[in-house]
Design a protein around this ligand. Sequence first.
Ligand code: HEM
Ligand code: HEM
Length: 457
Amino acid sequence: MAGSGAAEDRASQSVVYEYLAWAVAWLLIGSFYGTLAAWKFVFPDLLPVEWHSFGRIRPIHTTSIFSGWLSLGLIGLAYLVVCRTSRRPLFSAALARIALWLLNVALLAGLLTLSLGMTRGPVEYREWLAPIAAFFAAGVILNGINIFLTLLWRRTEEIYISNWFILGAFAWAPTLYVVAYLPAFDSGMANVVIQAYFMHVVLGLWFTPLVVGITYWSLPRLLRKPIYSYALGVLAFWANLIFYPLIGAHHFIFAPLPWWLQSTAIALGIGMLIPVIATSANFLLTMRGSWRFIRHEPALWFIMAGALCYALASAQGTLQAFRTANALLHFSNNTIGHAHFTAYGFVSFLLFGAIYGQRLFTAKGPAAPHVRLQFWLSLGGLAIYVVAMTASGVLQGLSWAAERPFIESVAASAPWYLLRAIGGSLMALSHMVLAWNLRLMRPQQQLLPAAAAEPAQ
Ligand code: HEM
Ligand code: HEM
C-alpha cells in the first residue's frame, strides 16, 4: 500500500494494538482477582474487606477475563485478520476507537458496581446491571458493523474462511445478548434455561468462532503455506452452529429442567466432537512437513498447545455431561478445572499465539526467550491448575457419593487448593511477561510491508 493507503494501514494497526493493550490490561486485572480468590481458599482471612470478599471478586474475575481479556483481544485481532485478508484498511478507525471506549466504560463500571455488591444476582457471567451490559453490547455491535463494512468493500474476490467465523460471531452476539437480558426470562425455570443458553453460547458462538477464525489466519501465515483443508474449516463452521445452541442444558443435568432438554444437550455434546476434531486436526495437520519451524517460532508452541487443549478439554466436556459422570462431578472443582482447561488452554493459548505470531507492528518485537518464558509459565501454571482441580473434584465427588461428612471433602481439598493457588500465581506471572513483551510490539514508524507475508489462501 502506498501514500494515504499506507497511512490508513498504519491507523488500522494502531487500533489493533490499542485493543490488544487494553485486553492485556484487563487480563492483569482479572488475574489479580483470580489469584486473590485462589489464595483465599488457602488463607480464608486474607484481605477481609467486603469489596474483596469471595462473592464479589469471583464475578469480577470472570467478567474481566471474559469481557475484557478475551473479548477485547479477539476483537482486536479480528480487525487485523479482516484487514489483511480483505487487503484493505479498516472501514473506520474512529468507529473502532469509539467502540473500544464503550467496552472499556462497561468493564470499568462492571468492576466498580460488582465491588460495591451491585449485581443482577446469581446469574453467572451476566452479573452486570443491565445498563452496563447495554454499553458493552453497543460496543460489540459497532465493532460488528465496522467489520462487516470492511469485508463488504474487500479487495479480494472470496471471503477467506477466517472471516466466516468472525462474521458469524458478530452476527450471533446480538441475539445472545438480547435473549440473555430480556426481563421476561428473568425468573423461574425460564431463567435457568436462559442461563444455560447464555453460559454456553457465549463460549461456543462468541469466543470459539473468533479464536478459531483468527487461527485460520495466524497459523498458515506463520508457516507460509495454506491451511491443510478448507473443507474441514467449512464443516466445523456449520457443525459448530448446529450443535452449540442446544447444548447449554448440560450445565444443569438433574435440575428440574425438562428431561428431554437435558438428554438433547448430552447427545449434542457428543456431536460437538465433530467440529472440535475437524478444527484441531486441521491445525495439527497443517503442521505436517513444517515442524522444523517450531524450533524458531515460539508462537507456534502456543498454537499447538491451544489446538491440543481444545481437543482434550472438549472430550473431557463431553464425558462430564453424561449423567453418571455428572452426578459425581457437577458440584465439584472438576468444573473449575474444565473451565480453565478450555477458556485458558484453548482460547487464551491460541490468542497468545496469534498475538506473538503477527509481526506487523514492528520489525523488532520481543526476543524469543522472553516469549518462551511466557509459554512455560502459562503452560506450567495451567497444568498445575487443571490437575489440582480435576483431582480434588474427583475426591470431592467420591466423598459425597459415599455420604461422608462434608467437612472431610473440604479437608481433602486443602492441599489441592494450595497447588491451584501456586499454579494460578504462575499464570498471573506469565501475564506480566506478556505485558512486557507486548510493550516491545508497539507500532513503529517503520512497518513491515503489509502484503509481504500474507497467508496463502
Ligand atoms: C465438546 C465440547 C464441550 C462440551 C461437551 C462441554 C461440556 C461442559 C459441561 C457438561 C459443563 C458443565 C459441567 C457441570 O457444571 O456439571 C461445562 C462447563 C464449562 N465449559 Fe465446557 N464443554 C465443551 C467445550 C468447552 C469449550 C470449548 C469451552 C471454552 C471455550 C468451555 C468452557 C466451559 C466453562 C467456562 C464451563 C464452566 C461453566 C460454569 O459453570 O461456570 N467448554 N462444559
Ligand atoms: C491468573 C490466573 C488465574 C487464577 C489464579 C484463577 C483463579 C480462579 C478462581 C479461584 C476461580 C473461582 C473458582 C471457584 O469458584 O471455586 C476462577 C473461576 C473462573 N476463572 Fe479463573 N483464574 C485465573 C485465570 C483465568 C483465565 C485466564 C481465565 C480465562 C481465560 C479464567 C476463567 C475462569 C472461569 C471461566 C471461571 C469460572 C469457573 C466455573 O465457575 O466453572 N481464569 N478462577
